[in-house]
Write a new protein. Structure first.
Ligand code: SF4
Ligand code: SF4
Length: 205
């Protein structure tokens, strides 16, 4: 009976003379340790707008929306930290590795949930035949750079890059809905239209 009491007394004395474990927050500042998972932040230099972070987010805190009407088709990626569970999956699976990072920002309490969102916008490349989104311009350029010479096998990749466009000038606009033909191979096309074009080229109607 006496032994446990002595052990408790020893623990109490050790705790009394040890440095404290708690911080002065919110009265004072707090420095989170390395590896702390705070508010995610996009890096516009490294995000290519692929949307992989939205696919892996278990809390559905990232939303990808494409606007195809208007002069400039745009993809908006919105992250909401009021829904975020700070798991770090978006950072872990980011295609470029540096597009989104969990910062050390932790003081996120607010009464206004509408202020808990951040967005990043990207120019979209659309299919010249059906108008569907092919991907963001930055994503296609990133793919072309990664593939090197192999990117020449895909006309969409050649035509989507600014530098590449000099090698293959954009073809004239399509006439009103003619059937897909050989000259359409050198156009920006989505996967479905390119497949149709290739099959018609090989097998006919
Ligand atoms: S590059 Fe990374 S941060 Fe940007 S959309 Fe893709 S996965 Fe998300
Ligand atoms: S940290 Fe987790 S929950 Fe938060 S946005 Fe990234 S993947 Fe989603």
């Amino acid at each position: 009976m006496r032994k446990p009491k002595l052990r408790e007394l020893k623990e109490a004395l050790r705790a009394a003379f040890s440095p404290r474990y708690t911080t002065h927050y919110p009265a004072g500042g707090h420095t989170p340790p390395d590896g702390f998972r705070g508010k995610p932040a996009y890096d516009s230099d490294h995000c290519i707008g692929c949307g992989a972070c939205a696919e892996v987010c278990p809390a559905v805190a990232i939303r990808v929306s494409d606007r195809l009407d208007g002069d400039k088709p745009t993809r908006t990626i919105q992250q909401r930290w009021d829904k975020c569970i700070f798991c770090g999956q978006c950072e872990l699976h980011c295609t470029t590795g540096d597009g989104i990072t969990l910062t050390k920002e932790y003081d996120l309490a607010t009464l206004d949930r509408s202020s808990c969102a951040q967005s990043i916008e990207h120019e979209l490349v659309v299919c010249e035949v059906c108008g569907a989104a092919v991907g963001t311009k930055k994503h296609l350029q990133w793919l072309a750079r990664r593939l090197g010479a192999k990117a020449y096998a895909n006309a969409t990749l050649i035509l989507s890059g600014d530098g590449w466009r000099q090698l293959a000038p954009a073809p004239a606009p399509r006439m009103d809905e003619p059937p897909l033909a050989r000259n359409d191979l050198m156009r920006v096309q989505c996967a479905a239209c390119r497949r149709t074009t290739v099959i018609r080229e090989l097998w006919g109607e």
